[in-house]
Design a protein around this ligand. Sequence first.
Ligand code: UD1
Ligand code: UDP
Length: 353
Amino acid sequence: MKIITVIGARPQFIKAAAVSNIIRKEHEEILIHTGQHYDENMSKIFFEELNIPKPEYNLSVGSGGHGKQTGEMMGKLEAIYEREKPDLVLVYGDTNSTLAGALVASKMLIPVAHIEAGLRSFNKNMPEEQNRILTDHISKILFTPTETANKNLKNEGINNNVYNVGDVMFDAVLHFKKLAKQKSSIVSELNLTKNNYILTTIHRAENTNDINRLKNIIEALNESNETVVLPLHPRTKKYIESYGLNFNNNIKVIEPIGYLDMLSLEEDSKKIVTDSGGVQKEAFFMNKPCITMRDETEWVETVENGWNVIVGTDKEKILNNIVNFNPTTEQKQLFGDGNAAEKILKIINQNLK
Ligand code: UD1
Ligand code: UDP
């Protein structure tokens, strides 16, 4: 069977690292990189470190407005689908690359499989929420990471071919954690000591594109009296510069890093403060308290289980939780058993016999 996989943004490379090589054991996979992320440390580093197959196509669309970026991907994808005639198109998550990959396939009557289906923030202002809903409604096979995701789909009338396989990011963490231990020395390179620093990431449009939200976040980190490590997403860097915001000396701002360094920093951190979807889950997998700088989360189980707290961008709330949020509850197994990719392969085989 010929399967086209469409990826384009950092978290999708990590998800594909857990799935592509497993798919390739039994099928011909054609990997398309849309070029949504293109800096070396936002793209190439993941392919090299994580042994992700080299993409057969790179659309090189680069950055741009949602319409232009998604539209350009769609035009180029259509030509490739036309030529390659895949039996299935596989997409991940909720980015513009996800929607472009799914929408073109759907219009060409090629079945779509969506990995990480069913997540909802119920905030339709988020581009990701729009991408998720649209993608789920045109997908033939929906792979969900959690029970909540199944419920969300049911509530929208999507009942067929929905499979809770667990989270491929859990597969990835289990698989790459040992390699990270062997290969990464970032903790000592940055002169950090175990359980003695906060790891932070910020990149959500709702936070970067609003000066007050971003200012609150930076001020909270500046005033936290903690060593804070901040691998800075290029989007956030751009906005911080344009708003003229400054960091205090307690914040170590570094370039975006590879996944192995990221896992090491997560594992040795004291707490994680983030607005990332993937990093919220990794905090849970690593047993680290997570302080989420958003007004809601798709990963509600981590909050219900007591390991994640939603603080928005209220400076005092962020500061208060950096000091006081210390989960003690036992963690439940909420994201499957670490074999999501193998389950996905089996289900694809059953569905497309
Ligand atoms: C995208 C996804 C978001 C995901 C995130 C993962 C959408 C709508 N958003 O957000 O869901 O959480 O990826 O990181 O698809 N830039 C660079 N170099 C790069 C990539 C981006 O400089 O390699 C800068 C550009 O100025 C660009 C900006 O970052 O305009 C935003 O990039 P974009 O891919 O549009 O959105 P993300 O914020 O990365
Ligand atoms: N990540 C990384 N290097 C970084 C920041 C994040 O490897 O400098 C990884 C992180 O460990 C997680 C994924 O990127 O696996 C999350 O991606 P991101 O936060 O960009 O997007 P989201 O998950 O919010 O869509």
